[in-house]
Design a protein. Sequence first.
Lengths: 174, 498
Amino acid sequence: MSRRAQENLLAAVLLVFFLGYLAVATRFGPNARLVPIPMALIGLVCLVAQIVRQNLKGGLTKNTFGPLLLLTGGRQTPGTEDAAEAAGAPSGRDARRELQAFGFVALFVLLIVALGPVPAVFLFCAGFLTFSKHYAPWKAAAVALAFAATVYLLFVVGLELQLYHGLLEPWIAG
Amino acid sequence: MLEAIGAGLVALATPQAMTFMLIGVVYGLVVGILPGLGGIVALALLLPFTYGHELAATLALLLGAHIATIWGGSVTSILFNVPGAAKSLALVFDGHPMTQQGQAGRALGASAMAALLGGIIGAVFLALSIPIVRPVMLALGPSEYLMLALWGLTIIATFSEGSLLKGLIATALGIMIAFVGMDPVTGTPRFWFGSVYLLDGISFPVAMIGLFAVAEMIKLHVKGATIVDRVAGSEQSSVLDGVKDTFRHRWLVVRSSLLGLWIGVLPGVGASVGGIAAYAHAVQTSKTPERFGKGAVEGVIAPDATLGANEGGGLMPTLAFGIPGGESMAILLVAFLSMGIVPGPQMLTSGLDIVFSMVWIIVIANLLTTLLGLAVSSQLARLPMMNPNILIPLVLSVCLFGAFATRGLIADVVVAASFGLIGYVMDKYRYSRANFVIGMVLAEMIERNLHISLSLYGNDFLFTRPIALTMLIFVVVTTALPFVRSHKLKRTLERRNA
């Protein structure tokens, strides 16, 4: 998918969000919607202008960072969308790694919800260090155990945090 | 006021406050030296630790970390040619050439001393400006505060890096998310979809942890390599040479610090612009401008003095008006609010000792950063080469555990992770995360002051409050100005190219 198509997809998602937000906000009383509706409308107008700009005016994001623009004599600095557009769509490697990253964040959250934060930290760290082949499994487990113990001391002992024991606690305890 | 100056210092003279400041500075140096993480991530990760301690100690932790991260960012610019944050960009122009010439020690010495002097000038300014700003603030009413908040929003959005439109969209999104939960004015539940969790609103610290810290870990995994893989050249200079250079160019330090102060006071202009502007100033005022870009020590001194002074300047609008001077100040503002520090006129009256505690913290933290930073700079310089396979699980664990710790709610973990994904997407497509945060922070101020203005002065309050009307015109002009300038610049460049 080209960079422009990705930008359009994101803009479409935002458009749905803004319209949905406005639809919900209209149900509030006059005082409660006094600020949300104008703010959402301003955002919506900017979004529509952005969609028009990125599709009709031939340019994605310009770097408007004044001093840099002056220093570069108006040339775009690396990292702007124009440069990205010129470089083409992101590589398959990037997309794969993005999915991996989203996956391990989601997995970590699931572990926390299921088992509670401390066991989740141990399992996630040990798993990550093992599967990334950074350490041998026994060393990964030792590092993860030391880190989970540090986190426990810091948050539970130091900050006196009431721990959550996870959805699976009744089964594990039983 | 003298009493408040003394009380501010006494509040810091506790073992907890001193320990917290030391922890903050060490932590700030470590995180600041990791390019891409920097000050915002450092502060976001500290937010769960802001509860249940002495106020001065918590402030020392936060401000100490914040100040240390700024110099940490300069270190990576000088040693690796990788700006630790956008604000440290100007340091790469001459700092890294100095490293390549074997003068890394001299560059680090000059950088640290300039940041220290700039920081002290900033702190003194913050202290001196209080008697001047106080009567102005007390004269302002809710309508004027409303206009100030609107100005803060628009100026931040329009000065932000990337597209102006995307900056404004991100700001609007931040404001809209802030309206989730119970409306504090009318008591109406908004955007809660029957969820008791949403009725309490989205926790600012949790959102910050996700938007910045979790998103940066996702970015690091996608990059799939160490943050930095360069090694500095062999050393032929000492830190002391750099310290002497700073005193030799003392007037440049003073001028750059004043520039940093001015830029810090203007909400949204930010230290990124300050560093570049200071560099440009050093080039313009030098008798030998041809040396710049090839390792001129003034090219290190000027931006660092500006960055150091910027903090004192940035704290002024944050504390006095509740308008954050930049993205780091927005996170500090979130922390202040969670500690019960409400920015506004009372900060400069009943809360004056807290303000002076901050002034003292800036001075002491700058001193500590300089001493510690210079002592351990060679060891710190190895940190960016740390393998991401170690960094990611450890930082992510602290992020999600920290999110849980803010309110003890497991749903906050899910929200932090979701904001992590949102932050990653925003960063990838250049919708400014900083604007989003600032929108979130200022939303409540806008809504509250609008409602108070309407009930106090009626629907046409703008016409009965001439200062507010003038400020509104100013808001409109300053919002339109960057668009006009951008259009003019584009036309000039087109003409030049034609």
